[in-house]
Design a protein around this ligand. Structure first.
Ligand code: ASP
Length: 368
């Protein structure tokens, strides 16, 4: 059962795993008192559930196999003792999918729901529960398109809700604490996992199964959270948000990632161009390198107007312009500290916002 101060909205999840709209919202559980037991006013936090392992179930607590996206946002909140002392909570189910199936449609729904919640002054902060496989991508997308300075925290878990020592409840507790905390204002979208707070540009999943999988390899963590405190390392960086208009409808333009390796042929690059990609991101070896034949194919693509960004498959460091590859001559941009998967999203948003030249693409890669 939920605690007294929890206000819960439940949505019917559609056949495709997507919610159809506010008309499908079911009855509320309980009105919130809006105050902690010591009388202090609680922040209002809206939890938007999208699925993932945090909402996953296994038939056996020791089984390695499980199905992501099985329990609702309401169930997730109900499993966290003491969470009602942190915030007045409400929840909406945006989707219930494994994040390997995350897509532009759900991103646009999330963007619309978050924007509405802040415009209607429905919440002081928002938590998005999400699968960990593409969590960093959704967080990065939202960071680029949300206008608000109010906190949006994306959270997941590595173990399903039925596991021994499931990490979901503690992560959700931490996320609600960060979303409702005054020091989180003006920091845009944050990721909270395993007691660590990350910014969206750098954070990445670094281990397939470990609880301490999310790291920010170049920048380091933004802060730490535990049941007693929220501690940021730096002051909030001030820059105008949103950086991009959200596209009117899904899907965004096709931007492919091509993963480089030894013995690399030009087949994938050529197939990508033939398939209609408007942009290509190279997950290059080392400092964004690839074989001569792929460089030639990409240079030809760039001449035809395909926007080409060189990034790296190495998990750390910067992909710099004009190091071993002559970007000026070939018409490429370099991703700097952005991973291939984040470069891809940035390029998609740039294209959706009318960017057609590689110089502007390059400038966008540099914006922190
Ligand atoms: N495949 C799952 C997902 O991304 C993994 C997880 O959530 O940890 O939804």
């Amino acid at each position: 059962m939920l605690g007294r101060s929890i206000l819960v909205l439940t949505l019917i999840v559609g056949a495709a795993g997507l919610v159809c709209g506010p008309a499908h919202r079911l009855a509320l559980a309980q009105e919130s008192s809006g105050a902690r037991s010591d009388g202090k006013k609680l922040p209002r936090v809206l939890v938007l559930a999208t699925g993932g392992t945090i909402a996953g179930k296994a038939s056996d607590t020791s089984a390695i196999g499980y199905t992501a996206g099985q329990v609702t946002g309401e169930d997730l909140i109900a499993a966290v003792p003491g969470i009602e002392e942190l915030a007045t909570l409400s929840t909406d189910q945006i989707s219930n999918i494994g994040s390997q199936d995350m897509n532009d449609e759900v991103w646009l729904k999330l963007h619309a729901r978050i924007t509405k919640a802040f415009e209607d002054d429905e919440a002081d902060g928002i938590v998005v529960t999400h699968g960990t496989d593409t969590l960093e991508e959704t967080a990065f997308f939202l960071e680029q398109v949300l206008p608000t300075d109010k906190p949006v925290v994306v959270v997941g878990s590595m173990r399903p809700s039925t596991a021994i020592s499931a990490d979901g409840p503690a992560n959700l507790y931490d996320a609600v604490k960060v979303a409702g905390h005054p020091d989180s204002q003006g920091r845009g979208v944050l990721v909270v996992m395993n007691d660590v707070i990350h910014e969206t540009r750098d954070v990445t999943k670094t281990n397939t199964t470990s609880l301490q999988t999310f790291r920010s390899p170049n920048a380091g963590p933004a802060g730490y959270v535990d049941p007693a405190s929220v501690q940021f390392i730096h002051r909030a960086a001030e820059y105008p948000r949103p950086r991009f208009e959200v596209p009117a409808k899904a899907p965004m333009s096709r931007v492919d990632i091509i993963y480089s390796h030894s013995n690399m042929t030009a087949d994938l690059a050529n197939a990508s161009v033939k398939g209609g990609a408007k942009g290509i991101v190279l997950a290059g070896v080392g400092d964004g390198n690839t074989s001569e034949v792929v460089l030639d194919a990409l240079a030809k693509a760039a001449k035809k107007g395909v926007l080409v960004v060189r990034s790296t498959r190495v998990g750390r460091g910067f992909t710099k312009r004009n190091a071993e590859v002559d970007d000026d001559k070939m018409g490429f941009a370099a991703s700097l500290d952005l991973s291939p998967q984040k470069s891809r999203i940035l390029l998609q948003l740039q294209i959706a916002n009318g960017v057609t030249d590689i110089e502007t693409v390059q400038e966008g890669m540099a914006l922190r």
